[in-house]
Design a protein around this ligand. Structure first.
Ligand SMILES: *[C@@H]1O[C@H](CO)[C@@H](O)[C@H](O)[C@H]1NC(C)=O
Ligand SMILES: *[C@@H]1O[C@H](CO)[C@@H](O)[C@H](O)[C@H]1NC(C)=O
Ligand SMILES: *[C@@H]1O[C@H](CO)[C@@H](O)[C@H](O)[C@H]1NC(C)=O
Ligand SMILES: *[C@@H]1O[C@H](CO)[C@@H](O)[C@H](O)[C@H]1NC(C)=O
Ligand SMILES: *[C@@H]1O[C@H](CO)[C@@H](O)[C@H](O)[C@H]1NC(C)=O
Ligand SMILES: CC(=O)N[C@H]1CO[C@H](CO)[C@@H](O)[C@@H]1O
Length: 629
């Protein structure tokens, strides 16, 4: 998130002129107030050479009025700010002594959510080192790739996911030191003296320097390490906290993975900046979600779109003793997250009696975020809402441009070479303006200049401008509401993860029987995101053995969420390439997996570890909501 002061301050002042404006003034005040506070906070820290988030924890732990406040809740454990701080110091000293971790070293963490996740992270910060958060679901090539791009000095592994780091991975990672954080090691940590590491270890970092590496699947290829800077962590956390009106008495519950930026920046950091309690669930499950919410007495919960749909899909929990419906038995005042689709927004709020839903939109590697908060149906389903003033600010920061349907890149005028903004309300790709000296301030991807450059587009509306491509199709109506429509071409979202189609088609293409593979995401009735579908041509006849072998082949090479759920087999299909030899996906995506629309092609879907025929009856059952993928 980046709103330059030069824009925000005049806009706030200009606000006086709009005092009598028709709509959205109060909303603007909250937005601008939050933005300014966030910016001032991180400027002050930079001036004092204290951008490291470790200092925020330290202040809370040293301050008499906050030290005994609960900082972290996890399962049956509870840690005050003072206790957390002590654990962090122990971890810092232990990491330094045992593994000789130095300032600026990167340590890769392959962890499920827990209290110790937080302690390790702050422990690293306390000695000037930085964590790289690895998605604990990764295996095989993807895991090797993510760990090695970070160039870490150590890989610390949660014993729960130790099976993913098998011998072949260890071999490929060469002489990298790999340690399981076992109970024995934790006992060592506990026995370590909580000595405060000197300031010198943390000194010299600027707001734009690395706080964490977090992986995102950009538009092509394997996941990339995005730099989450101190500035982003601080401004993101402060802004979210202010915007949600978080109070020190709030208890913010999340079971979203901490290795993603939503739980880290919007959860962990915003709780710390606001001095409230951060309650962590190990992972999402409909069985434990509300139980943990009640156990921790949470007042705020975090979701991603899928979460709410899953929660709505299960029948109400009934108290076995009193026979009471438990749906509304909680203290949650606000649900916060992204990806909640319009069709379930109201249903979710009504059934669980959650007063406020705060929906945000933002990419980990993007330059800013868009915000909406609503207590009524007016902006339901919108990803961002802004009043008149903030719209003026926003207008300079974003562009929604027409795209070329064939190639999926922003359209350019054949003569002038410039792109074109769509009309208000029309759908286009969302571009985020880069700061003027963005070469310095835009962090982009770690050790991957090419990927950073590929997300940047220049000379879009006028000579010399520069934008970050979000790859998302949105519309922005005249009321200031922004809606998310779709993700463009090369990636799609499934199970809240971005799937890079090239990665999937490359691994399918490595199968000896596959000629071409064209991979895309298809919308399914009653499901969020898009399910992976691969249109393939085969060099030998299709039989059960081949179908099974295709399923095994992809499962061995891809994260579970990326394995295509559908196969489309037909002649000449994959020959559909554009003039630039880019695979044409537009029509395939539109036809989806409706058997009535794919002509003579055959469809298959993944069932019990192999692909089986997918026919009209299966399609009907999907439509009737009888199948959940
Ligand atoms: C801005 O934030 C400060 C501190 O939280 C608060 O006192 C003030 O009332 C806020 N102003 C507006 C206009 O919301
Ligand atoms: C301690 O925390 C309280 C409450 O957050 C705050 O008002 C006060 O200024 C803090 N004191 C110091 C010395 O930072
Ligand atoms: C905080 O807790 C500690 C340990 O339980 C106790 O000794 C101390 O008096 C408490 N401090 C405050 C300010 O409540
Ligand atoms: C991730 O791993 C957990 C536990 O190891 C498992 O329950 C879950 O299904 C996995 N999720 C995906 C998307 O692979
Ligand atoms: C839960 O929180 C509410 C207010 O949010 C408070 O009134 C209540 O006492 C809390 N209950 C417990 C058991 O802490
Ligand atoms: C907190 C906040 O800004 N809420 C607003 C979100 O948008 C709706 C629709 O205009 C307003 O009614 C809320 O007050």
């Amino acid at each position: 998130m980046f709103v330059p002061l030069g824009v925000a301050v005049p806009a706030a002042a200009a606000g006086l002129a709009y005092l009598n404006a028709k709509t959205g003034f109060w909303y603007d005040k909250v937005m601008i107030n939050g933005t300014l506070r966030a910016i001032f906070r991180h400027l002050r820290r930079e001036r004092n050479d204290r951008v490291n988030t470790f200092y925020v924890l330290e202040e809370a732990a040293k301050n008499k009025s906050t030290r005994n406040r609960t900082h972290i809740l996890f399962e049956d454990k509870s840690w005050t700010y003072a206790q957390s701080y002590e654990m962090v110091l122990k971890y810092g000293n232990w990491l330094q002594k045992k593994f000789d971790i130095k300032p600026k070293d990167i340590v890769a963490m392959d962890f499920q959510n827990s209290d110790h996740f937080i302690f390790v992270c702050f422990g690293l910060w306390s000695i000037g080192a930085k964590p790289a958060f690895i998605n604990y679901n990764l295996t095989g090539e993807a895991l090797v790739h993510c760990v090695s791009t970070a160039k870490p000095t150590l890989l610390l592994v949660d014993p729960v996911v130790a099976a993913n780091v098998d011998d072949s991975i260890r071999e490929k990672l060469g002489d990298l030191r790999i340690e399981l954080l076992t109970e024995d090691l934790k006992a060592e940590v506990l026995a370590t003296e909580p000595v405060r590491p000197p300031d010198a270890l943390r000194s010299g970092d600027l707001a734009r320097d690395i706080a964490i590496l977090i992986y995102t699947s950009g538009t092509t290829g394997l996941p990339k390490a995005a730099i989450v800077s101190w500035g982003k962590l601080t401004t993101g956390g402060t802004f979210v906290g202010k915007w949600l009106g978080t109070k020190p008495s709030d208890i913010f519950y999340t079971c979203m993975p901490l290795y993603h930026s939503s739980a880290t920046v919007m959860g962990m950091s915003s709780c710390l900046e606001m001095g409230c309690t951060f309650a962590i669930g190990r992972k999402f499950s409909t069985k434990t979600f509300w139980k943990e919410v009640r156990q921790h007495n949470a007042t705020m919960i975090q979701y991603v779109g899928e979460t709410c749909r899953y929660l709505l899909a299960v029948p109400p929990e009934i108290d076995p003793v009193t026979g009471e419906n438990m749906d509304k038995k909680h203290n949650v005042r606000l649900a916060f997250g992204n990806g909640l689709r319009p069709d379930i927004w109201e249903r979710f709020r009504d059934r669980f009696n959650v007063e406020t839903i705060a929906e945000f939109y933002g990419a980990t590697e993007g330059t800013q975020a868009m915000w909406n908060i609503t207590r009524n149906a007016f902006a339901s389903g919108a990803i961002g809402r802004s009043g008149l003033i903030y719209q003026q600010v926003l207008k300079k920061q974003i562009a929604i441009v027409e795209r070329d349907q064939e190639t999926d890149v922003p359209w350019r005028h054949p003569k002038t070479g410039f792109g074109r903004q769509v009309k208000r309300g029309d759908v286009g790709e969302l571009l985020l303006a880069l700061p003027a000296d963005w070469e310095k301030d835009f962090q982009g991807y770690y050790n991957n200049k090419k990927a950073t450059q590929s997300k940047i587009i220049r000379d879009v509306l006028k000579k010399g401008d520069g934008y970050f491509r979000t790859g998302d199709l949105v519309s922005w109506d005249t009321e200031g509401r922004m809606y998310f429509h779709d993700r463009i071409g090369d990636t799609f979202r499934w199970k809240s993860e971005n799937v890079a189609t090239t990665e999937v088609s490359e691994s399918l293409g490595a199968h000896p029987a596959v000629g071409h593979a064209n991979v895309y995401g298809v919308q399914l009735p009653n499901h969020d995101g898009r399910a992976g579908c691969a249109a393939i041509s085969l060099s030998r006849n299709l039989d059960d053995a081949l179908l099974r072998s295709l399923a095994e082949h992809t499962r061995d090479r891809l994260p579970k969420y990326a394995v295509p759920i559908f196969l489309r087999v037909g002649n000449g299909l994959t020959a559909a390439v554009t003039g630039t030899l880019k695979q044409q996906k537009h029509d395939l995506r539109l036809q989806g997996v409706d058997p009535g629309r794919v002509g003579d092609d055959e469809l298959f879907w993944l069932k019990d570890g192999t692909y089986v025929k997918f026919g009209q009856r299966d399609w009907d059952r999907l439509n009737a909501g009888q199948v959940k993928l």
